[in-house]
Write a protein that binds this ligand. Structure first.
Ligand code: 1QQ
Length: 375
C-alpha cells in the first residue's frame, strides 16, 4: 500500500473509532434553536414564563428523541428593548448560526429585529407578538400567538352581550407597537359594536401615576374602561382606578394576560376582563398533561405565555423533523406546511399569512386566577 492511501485508511479507522466511542450523541443531529425572551426590563414577567414553557418542551422533546432530532437551545435576553433585540439576533444568526429563532417577546422589538432575520433567510416563530404588521415583514416570519385583531373583537362582543355597556373610555400607551396596535384593534371593534368612545387618554412606558387621566375618565362616567397596556402599567392603572373609586369593568388587551397583574394589583384585579389565546382550564389531553407537567416542575400554574412558548418549540421541532433537515430554508418551508398539529393550544395550523389560526377565549380574573368569562 502506498504511503498516502495508508494514511487515508488510518484516518478513516480513527474517525470511526472516535464516533463509536462517543456513542449515539455524535450521530444524532442537533437542531440549533435561538430563543429570544425579555428576561429583564419591563416585559420580564412574560419572558420568565416563556423561558419556563420552552425549557419544559425542550426537555420532553430531547427525552423522546433519543438518537433522533435533538434540540440545542441558545437562550438570549432582549432586555425588553429593540436595540438589545438587534444585538442578540445578530449573535444568534451570525455567531451561533441557529436554524430558527423563537421570539422576541414584544412586538415592539420584533418590528425591528424580524427584518434582520428575514434578510438573512432565518425563520422566526413569534410566540407572543400580537400587533399587526409582524408576519407581513416577510415569508420567513411566523407566529403561534393570536393577534389583537382576532382576539379583541371577540372579547368586546362577548363582554358587551353579557354586561351591556354603551359608552366607554379608552386608555392606552402611545409609545409601543403592541399597545398602539391593541388600541387600533379596540377602536375598530368599538366602532363595529357601535359603542361610543367618551374619551381617549394616553400614557407612556414607565409612567407610575395614572391618576390625572383616571380622574378625567371618572368624571366622564363611562360604562367600562378599555385599556391597552403592558402588565407593569396595566397593574398600576387597575390599582389606581379602584383606589379612585372607579367601579366599572376594565377590559384589557393581551398585556393583561400575565399573573403579574394579580400579583401587583391584588384585589383590584378582580373582575378584569381580558381576551386570550389559551386558558388553563382547556380539557384537551395535551393541555391537561402540559398543566400537570408544568405545575410539577415549577410549583405554579402555567400562563398563556408559557403555553405559547411550549407550543412554539414543538412547532419548530416538528418542522425540522418533517423537513429531515436543519437547513434554514427547509425549516421555513416545513413550517408553512404545518397543519392540524395537536398542541396545548388545540389543533394548530398557520393561516396563509403565517399567523396562528385557532379560536380565542374570553377570561375574567376570579379569585386571583384567569377564569373563562361566563357571567
Ligand atoms: C406584544 C404583546 C405583549 C403583551 C407580549 C408579551 O402581545 O408585544 O405583541
Amino acid at each position: 500500500m502506498k504511503r498516502a492511501s495508508r494514511l487515508v485508511v488510518w484516518s478513516v479507522a480513527v474517525a470511526l473509532a472516535l464516533a463509536w466511542s462517543a456513542g449515539p450523541a455524535l450521530c444524532a443531529e442537533k437542531f440549533k434553536v435561538g430563543l429570544v425572551f425579555s428576561m429583564t426590563g419591563g416585559a420580564a414577567a412574560y419572558g420568565a414564563s416563556q423561558k419556563e414553557g420552552a425549557l419544559l418542551a425542550i426537555e420532553q422533546i430531547n427525552a423522546a428523541a433519543g438518537a433522533g432530532m435533538q434540540v440545542e437551545a441558545v437562550f438570549e435576553d432582549d432586555a425588553s428593548v429593540p436595540q438589545q433585540g438587534i444585538n442578540v439576533f445578530n449573535k444568534l444568526i451570525n455567531g451561533d448560526k441557529v436554524a430558527v429563532i423563537i421570539g422576541p417577546t414584544l412586538s415592539n422589538t420584533a418590528k425591528i429585529t424580524d427584518p434582520i432575520a428575514q434578510k438573512a433567510g432565518v425563520p422566526v416563530l413569534a410566540v407572543s407578538n400580537t400587533a399587526g404588521g409582524i408576519t407581513e415583514i416577510g415569508d420567513f416570519i411566523f407566529r403561534d400567538s393570536l393577534t389583537e385583531a382576532v382576539v379583541i373583537p371577540n372579547t368586546l362582543k362577548t363582554a358587551k352581550e353579557k354586561l351591556g355597556f354603551k359608552k366607554v373610555a379608552v386608555f392606552y400607551g402611545n409609545d409601543d407597537a403592541f399597545t398602539k396596535g391593541g388600541y387600533d384593534a379596540f377602536k375598530k371593534a368599538l366602532a363595529d359594536e357601535k359603542i361610543e368612545i367618551l374619551s381617549e387618554q394616553t400614557f407612556a412606558k414607565g409612567d407610575r401615576d395614572f391618576s390625572p387621566q383616571l380622574t378625567q375618565i371618572k368624571s366622564q362616567n363611562p360604562d367600562a374602561i378599555i385599556c391597552s397596556a403592558l402588565v407593569e402599567e396595566a397593574s398600576g392603572i387597575v390599582s389606581q382606578a379602584r383606589q379612585l373609586g372607579i367601579k366599572v369593568p376594565i377590559i384589557g388587551g393581551n398585556g393583561f394576560n400575565s399573573p403579574a397583574l394579580m400579583k401587583n394589583a391584588g384585589e383590584a384585579a378582580e373582575g378584569v376582563i381580558v381576551g386570550a389565546s389559551w386558558n388553563a382550564s382547556a380539557t384537551n389531553p395535551l393541555n391537561l398533561k402540559f398543566v400537570d407537567d408544568y405545575t410539577k416542575k415549577y410549583n405554579r400554574s402555567p400562563d398563556q405565555f408559557a403555553a405559547q412558548a411550549f407550543t412554539g418549540v414543538q412547532i419548530v421541532h416538528q418542522a425540522a423533523v418533517a423537513a429531515k433537515s436543519t437547513d434554514r430554508k427547509a425549516i421555513r418551508d416545513a413550517l408553512a406546511k404545518i397543519k392540524d398539529l395537536d398542541t396545548v393550544l388545540g389543533k394548530f395550523s398557520f393561516t396563509e399569512g403565517r399567523d396562528a389560526n385557532h379560536a380565542p377565549v374570553v377570561q375574567e380574573v376570579k379569585g386571583g386566577k384567569f377564569a373563562v368569562f361566563v357571567r
